[in-house]
Design a protein around this ligand. Structure first.
Ligand code: NDP
Ligand SMILES: Nc1nc2c(c(=O)[nH]1)N=C([C@H](O)[C@@H](O)CO)CN2
Length: 240
């Protein structure tokens, strides 16, 4: 149904973990993919060999965000979707000035999606009803706050709110939705005690892995009706 798979899906921060898995999943479906990466990990070379267009970008400055948007516009004439995955999970710490933490969180989780959604709007429009998507990756903590990642949670809450604003602005050509995960994937540095504590916070008591996110992205991309909504991937954590 609809046009052949020609417009790329843009995934930010796809050099590792969920973004990287999503990029390979879409490529395996013969869906063209364009990604941003900050650190040139070997996985980027593999992605390029698999056919992805990979563009280096650091969203810690507005200049870096704007330059990335300009490069995307040079490299394609339309976009099927933008998936705002790029993120840093930074806790407040005595070693970091609080203003630096808040600034860094707002840059990657708010300024980047805000500026890129505006800059790339013309690439998303003009393809028909519900023909394009924006997906914001937020977080379960938007609902509950976080005493250890206050700036992170606040920035993700702003991103959650922008989901509804952009849904109003871009409908009906472009659907805009958010995915709010809780524990999906551990970090290599997570020790056994932390891992057990984290697993116990949900009813399902697992870290499901990237496929849980990929399956929801696939659903959102196929919908012609869902927009302005946030989808929790939290294993029943609010009920635990
Ligand atoms: N993993 C989980 O359990 C959970 C994940 N989420 C959300 O899901 C999404 C994916 O999670 P996950 O794969 O763990 O994310 P990661 O933290 O592993 O990776 C995010 C990517 O974003 C990139 N990035 C970070 N800061 C910047 C920046 N300033 N400019 C450009 N790129 C940047 C990183 O680049 P680099 O490779 O250079 O570091 C990295 O490749 C995120 O939005 C996250 O908040 C939410 C809840 C739980
Ligand atoms: N950018 C990231 N955001 C988050 C991560 C991560 O690794 N990178 N991890 C989490 C945790 O899994 C948390 O959900 C556990 O309760 C949150 N956000």
């Amino acid at each position: 149904m609809g046009e052949p798979l020609s417009r790329p899906i843009l995934i930010t921060g796809a050099g590792r973990r969920i973004g990287l898995a999503l990029a390979h999943h879409l490529l395996n479906q013969q869906q063209p993919v364009m990604v941003s990466y900050r650190t040139h990990l070997p996985a980027i070379d593999v992605l390029e060999k698999a056919g992805a267009v990979c563009i280096q970008a650091d969203f810690s400055t507005d200049g870096g965000i704007i330059a990335f948007g300009e490069e995307v516009k040079k490299r394609c004439s339309g976009l099927r979707a933008i998936i705002h995955n790029a993120s840093a999970w930074v806790a407040e710490s005595p070693r970091l000035p609080l203003s630096d933490v808040m600034h860094a969180m707002m840059q990657v989780h708010v300024n980047a999606p805000y500026l890129l959604n505006h800059a790339l709007e013309s690439l998303l429009r003009g393809h028909g009803h519900a023909a394009s998507d924006i997906i914001h990756f937020t977080d379960y903590v938007v609902e509950r706050g976080s005493d250890k990642h206050i700036a992170y949670a606040a920035s993700k809450a702003a991103l959650d709110n922008m989901t509804r604003s952009f849904a109003k602005k871009l409908a009906p050509e472009v659907k805009v939705n958010a995915i709010a995960p809780s524990l999906i994937l551990f970090n290599e540095t997570d020790d056994a005690t932390y891992r057990q504590q984290a697993l116990n916070k949900s009813l399902m008591k697992i870290a499901p892995g990237e496929k849980e996110v990929i399956d929801l992205v696939d659903y959102l991309l196929t919908s012609c009706y869902v927009t302005g909504r946030t989808f929790a991937l939290d294993g029943g954590r609010p009920l635990a």
